[in-house]
Design a protein around this ligand. Sequence first.
Ligand code: ACO
Length: 353
Amino acid sequence: MSLRPETLRGVTITGTGMYVPDQIVTNHDLAKIVETTDEWIVERTGIRARRKAAPEQASSDLALIACQRALEMAKVDPKDVDQIILATTTPDRILPSCGCTLQRKLGATKAAAYDVFAACTGFVYGMGMARGLIGGGMADTVLVVGVETLSRIVDYTDRNTCVLFGDGAGAAVFQACEPGTGIHAVDMHSDGELGEVLEVPAGISRNPANEHTVAAREHFIRMQGKKLFPFAVRSMEDATRKCVERAGWSTDDVQVFIPHQANLRIIEGVRERLGLPEDRVYVNIDRYGNTSSASIPIALDELVRSGKIKPGDHVAFAAFGGGATWGASTMTWTAPVPSYAPVEAAAATGGAA
Ligand code: ACO
């Protein structure tokens, strides 16, 4: 049963791409700079390594490679992209937006480009926006990229956070498809009351940068991990259940579950609550850590390129993050060959599922 108005035409993903920087930072490397151990990090988080951007690499550089790979898979020329939605917490700069910088580098001259700040839920928010834009006929091709250089805002004197985060980018090309396939539902939520649980205290209008904010290390991530943990499990379960119901499925029908990779114990908690077997849940946190908005599209691209997602598969996505934000999505996988439904034709048949 549908709880929301349906879109005019189906929306699907026709290409995916990812990029992670070359430098691998292991738990043993971190144990040399903060009081921690490989055993603690693996047992409490499931993370064994994460990637770190080279000094000359900014978020737009990582995003560029992921986007080029996604566009190549979709066989889309950058000049045909209508919108670029760049999800991040670590843009190159506040002005211009990272989306506009990426647009220039890609040569996507026709595209409207902008940033979405929804922390780790950014890619799921981007999916919702792409679905609305294409489904409603405002755009034909939307490029959504989640990208982070979290190593630039991680405090390498704080063992509570520096072991968790990694750098990377993942992208997906969204286009129209036959109604009834592709994306079935996207669920997006926020709760600003939880804002201080995960924050970067200084740097912009509330607390502009000065020598005191720098001395107090207020430009780095601060997190109350214990408070986030139960919220993460509950919120991802709830959002996934809503999207599964709106797709007309039961949780048994989910063949591939792609959760945000924040902590292996959180992923396990969600998996158990949803009653999913282990082999249906994708995990790569051991290799990349928490790459925030990039974690879901990186996982998706790995699944697509290794042939672990096939046309017809029922796929569910779920994420939570700072803000607080959370959300989920369900789709029937259609890539790599989409069938286009012009707006008029889809409207004539009564719209998408
Ligand atoms: N190495 C060794 N000990 C550590 C480390 C470390 N790296 N980090 C913390 N500890 C210590 C703590 O100081 C604490 O010691 P104390 O009892 O003497 O004070 C002890 O280990 C236990 O700490 P807890 O916070 O209870 O550990 P917990 O089991 O909760 O795990 C963690 C901590 C991994 C942060 C967990 O709470 C978690 O994953 N929370 C969710 C975090 C998350 O998902 N954040 C989302 C970010 S997404 C975004 O939007 C960017």
